[in-house]
Design a protein around this ligand. Structure first.
Ligand code: LCS
Length: 399
């Protein structure tokens, strides 16, 4: 990386989210220019050849690198404590690129049985087509993980906290298991962002994000990020992303750079609102279970202040009743918007069994603890009293 990393490494995360990776530009613009260009001009044919050969630094073609994208990648590498980062076209491109960096036909992957629905589909269906097998187990059960490992296993993969029911896994324990078997660990850090959790600093090899969520924060971009060690990132960028092609648009990278300037203040508000909402739901007789690591009753609570700074802005709960009652409740929400995604200013409510986790088979969903009456809320930035009032009126409407 060709920037003043030493100086920037000393900054706090909230400062890095604003200034990290920024370099002076030609006209001294405060906001880094958007380099919306597919290709870059060579002074002469020799220079073009030298850039392709890797003998001269400089941009070639945006699928191989772009100055706007590079600023986002430097910022994320600094925030996660990584050697390097790569921005991708979506969170799923980040998940698939990270996995394909380490896996090939004949290899085996052990993954948590509760992950985002399309990560489940990728690991159980698409990778299977490529000859990469996957065993999914409960990552809270150390013995289950150990039993799933075979001589062909190369990677351990999980999200923590888990989408949609916020189970938290012990990252240091997973790293210990992986080290004993010489496995690569990949953690999806989407629900936390590096401001709340830094898995690489706990020994994880690769971290991935759906940047669609908190990093961008404004609901107008689909993107992903992978962070990791230099040799892994080199393979990911200059083999996997180069040849499979799932790179980010520079415009989307630019929007994420803008969004990240407010990441710290947004996350503080998301967490404050989610804590208050979780306490409200937990004390209400109509909600039989509330899943939020910020609650003392949640199994993940022991990790708050250790592995993760705060519990984040997503919570889930089971409404007293069946799936039809849950659907009816959702349909009566007025302020809370019925939509998937998370990490936006707007509070979003969705029904995981029929929406985000519909790629699961009913059996796999049951094993992962995703019940038919489970609802997930991505708590937004509104005044929390308005969100609570919306829940009250929805409950009153369904009787
Ligand atoms: N990882 C996690 C933990 C996610 O929640 C998602 C998307 C992805 C990866 C994939 O990211 P994408 O390609 O969508 O940028 N989660 C979604 C969700 O819960 N609702 O809609 C998308």
């Amino acid at each position: 990386m060709d920037f003043n990393k030493q100086k920037q490494q000393d900054w706090q995360a909230s400062t890095l989210a604003i200034h990290g990776g920024h370099q002076p530009n030609q006209h001294g613009a405060l906001v880094s220019p958007l380099h919306q260009s597919a290709t870059f001009v060579f002074d002469n044919a020799e220079q073009g050849g030298a850039r392709f050969a890797g003998d001269e630094a400089g941009y070639i073609y945006t699928r191989l690198g772009n100055p706007t994208t590079a600023e986002l990648e430097r910022k994320m590498a600094l925030l996660e404590g990584a050697d390097d980062a790569a921005a991708t076209a979506s969170g799923m491109a980040a998940v698939s690129s990270a996995l394909l960096t380490h896996l090939q036909a004949g290899d085996h992957l052990v993954a948590s049985n509760a992950v985002y629905g399309c990560s489940f589909a990728l690991m159980t269906t698409q990778l299977d087509r490529l000859g990469i097998s996957c065993t999914m187990v409960d990552f809270s059960d150390e013995q289950a993980i150990r039993s799933a490992i075979t001589p062909a296993t190369k990677v351990l993969f999980c999200e923590t906290p888990v989408n949609p029911h916020l189970t938290v896994f012990d990252i240091s324990r997973l790293v210990d298991i992986a080290k004993q078997h010489q496995l690569i660990t990949i953690v999806d850090n989407t629900f936390m962002t590096p401001l709340l959790q830094q898995p690489l600093k706990m020994g994880v090899d690769m971290v991935i994000h759906s940047a669609t969520k908190y990093l961008n924060g404004h609901g107008d971009v689909i993107a992903g990020i992978v962070c990791g060690k230099a040799e892994h990132m080199h393979k990911l960028k200059f083999e996997i992303l180069k040849d499979f092609g799932a790179v980010i648009s520079p415009h989307d990278a630019w929007l994420i750079l803008r969004g990240m300037k407010t990441l710290d203040v947004r996350l503080t508000r998301h967490c404050d609102n989610a804590e208050q909402l979780a306490n409200y739901l937990d004390s209400h007789p109509k909600f039989s279970k509330v899943f939020y690591p910020g609650l003392a009753s949640h199994s993940g609570h022991q990790f708050i202040g250790k592995q993760m700074k705060r519990a984040g802005g997503v919570l889930a709960f089971e409404l007293d009743g069946d799936m039809q009652d849950a659907i009816k409740f959702v349909n009566h929400c007025r302020l809370m918007t019925i939509a998937v995604s998370l990490g936006d200013a707007e509070t979003l409510i969705q029904h995981p069994a029929s929406m985000t986790h519909s790629p699961y088979t009913p059996e796999a969903r049951a094993q992962a603890g995703i019940t038919d009456n489970l609802l997930r809320i991505s708590v937004g930035l509104e005044d929390v009293s308005d969100i609570i009032a919306d829940i009250e009126q929805a409950l009153a409407s369904i009787g």
